[in-house]
Ligand binder design. Structure first.
Ligand code: KG4
Ligand code: ZN
Length: 364
């Protein structure tokens, strides 16, 4: 278990090109380097991620990213034990760029190749940051993902529920667009919400009336659109106050839905009497302080430990892919040169695939 393993990880499934080196063994795993090149500016004028532009930028940046990650770690490829790469799910052009780059490195340096599921990367991160033991409950909540997972092992996940349409971050981004706020929308909506009145508009809490842990956010966004249009008809435009109140109302509705569905997911998880009751979050939306505060309070009330990895490891990065590579390396789970890029790749193969592709790629 304590054998030292050094893994180079690559990530390019959405709009971040990333490379990282993680070393495991000894007391704690260490992130020797983690380089992320975002693409926000490339896509900003289009109001969403353009897959062709993303794929080209990944292909151009990956080599540099790898070189930088090695330099920062002060290592040469000969010191690396394997190359791990996101092989899906995500935008196919980006995933292909990463897989081809990883195959080139593996073949050239005679290193084993490890294909990693991007969602597994997120889901296993609390083991890298907080040394969690299996099993634990995880909420992945970002611009592309939203699902509750019981993480039972490096390759064993049970999905308790997920979004049937938009991911929450995607909804935050769309709401920002509807209200004339810049992208990415999450931080902007949160900022405007700070001075808003969350109770002024009656926005829905979708799917709370349905049993289970599935979620939906597209109806909430449509309700906000209708409310906005009503205000514009009435007053000939939106006042700053209206924008703040709409943002606050929307954020409160998302927090209400996530808190209630998390309560149900925790209840389902606890019914199996886990050794350590832990609820972990990952994904860009975990940056939202109203949402995390609600989840934290919920966990405190239920006697469950709440774990949120540092934000740089919650959002897309390659350290999580390298770490998932460590976990697979320890199990001897390697891939051959026939490793395929998979735009859709549900973690829990026993569940029906989630609906919804989304601008940032497939949700499972
Ligand atoms: O995990 P991430 O970097 O990328 C993926 O989507 O995979 O998450 C980005 C998403 C964006 O949709 C962004 O608007 C959202 O996370 N986000 C937030 C906040 N910060 C980022 N949503 C709500 N509140 C925030 N403070
Ligand atoms: Zn992600």
């Amino acid at each position: 278990m304590n054998e030292t393993i050094t893994i180079l990880g690559l990530e390019s499934s959405c709009d971040d090109t990333a490379a990282a080196i993680v070393r495991a063994g000894g007391d704690r795993p260490a992130i020797l380097s983690s380089v992320v090149y975002g693409q926000t500016e490339l896509h900003s004028e289009f109001g969403g991620v353009v897959p062709e532009i993303a794929a080209r930028a990944h292909a151009e940046k990956l080599d540099h990213c790898v070189e930088e990650a090695l330099d920062l770690a002060g290592l040469r490829l000969s010191a690396v034990d394997a190359v791990a790469v996101t092989a899906g799910p995500g935008l196919i052009g980006g995933v292909l760029s990463g897989v081809m780059c990883a195959k080139g490195i593996a073949a050239g340096a005679r290193l084993p190749l490890i294909g990693v599921n991007h969602l597994a990367g997120h889901a296993l991160t609390p083991r890298l940051t907080d040394g969690l033991e299996f099993p634990y409950l995880m909420l992945l909540v970002s611009g592309g993902h939203c699902q509750f997972l019981v993480v039972q092992g490096p390759d064993q996940f049970v999905r308790l529920g997920g979004t049937i349409d938009d991911a929450p971050g995607e909804a935050f981004d769309k709401v920002a667009k509807l209200l004339g706020l810049p992208q990415p929308g999450g931080p902007e909506v949160e900022k405007a919400a700070r001075t808003g009145d969350a109770g002024r508009f009656a926005l829905p809490r979708p799917l709370l009336d349905r049993e289970g842990c599935d979620l939906s956010f597209s109806g909430l966004k449509t309700a906000l659109l209708r409310t906005r249009d009503g205000l514009i008809d009435e007053n000939g435009g939106l006042r700053r106050r209206d924008v703040e109140d709409l943002c606050a109302g929307f954020q409160r509705a998302v927090a209400d839905v996530l808190a209630e569905k998390s309560r149900r997911a925790i209840e389902a998880f606890m019914s199996d009497a886990p050794r350590q009751p832990v609820f972990a979050v990952a994904g860009g939306v975990a940056a939202n302080s109203e949402i995390t505060a609600r989840l934290q309070t919920l966990c405190a009330g239920l006697g469950v430990r709440f774990v949120a990895p540092p934000l740089a490891l919650c959002t897309d990065n390659a350290a999580m892919i390298a770490w998932a590579g460590v976990e697979r390396f320890r199990l001897g789970l390697f891939d051959g040169m026939d490793l395929a890029a998979r735009p859709r790749w549900p973690l829990d193969q026993s569940q029906p695939p989630l609906i919804g592709g989304g601008k940032k790629g497939a949700k499972a």
